[in-house]
Design a protein. Structure first.
Length: 132
């Protein structure tokens, strides 16, 4: 799709952001921290689902950049260039918090706790900044 197809009536610039799992203040990390703080955090299901992640500061930077550069239009994937799987993410988070992550977390438990918000943690989200 060319950039000309992304303009709506009267040449209105259109920018679409696709977000990975947002980490930082709030977002998915805020939903995970309580479990990890009580040593109840663990891989979700089998842990093979990919996490294409991004820090909230990078999201804000991208939005600011596009706002300042009116020539930008199109679809942008806001993620790190290297997705990791849930097992690796879980090990890293537990280590950073000096906690254990032994018990797997069943997907149904997250659905009960977080409703629709659980999909952020459960679903495979493997995409990179240069994917279209």
């Amino acid at each position: 799709m060319g950039t000309e197809a992304l303009y709506l009536k009267d040449d209105v610039r259109t920018v679409i952001f696709r977000f990975g799992v947002v980490l930082g203040n709030g977002g998915a990390l805020q939903k995970m921290l309580p479990l990890f703080k009580f040593n109840l955090g663990g891989r979700i299901g089998n842990g093979h689902q990919a996490y294409s992640w991004i820090h909230i500061q990078d999201v804000l930077g991208a939005i600011s950049f596009v706002n300042q550069h009116k020539e930008c239009s199109g679809i942008y994937n806001l993620t790190s260039p290297n997705p990791i799987d849930n097992r690796e993410f879980t090990r890293t988070l537990a280590s950073a918090l000096h906690k254990k992550a032994i018990l797997p977390v069943p997907a149904f438990m997250l659905k009960v706790l977080y409703g629709e918000g659980a999909s952020t943690l459960i679903m495979d989200k493997r995409f990179c900044p240069n994917d279209y």
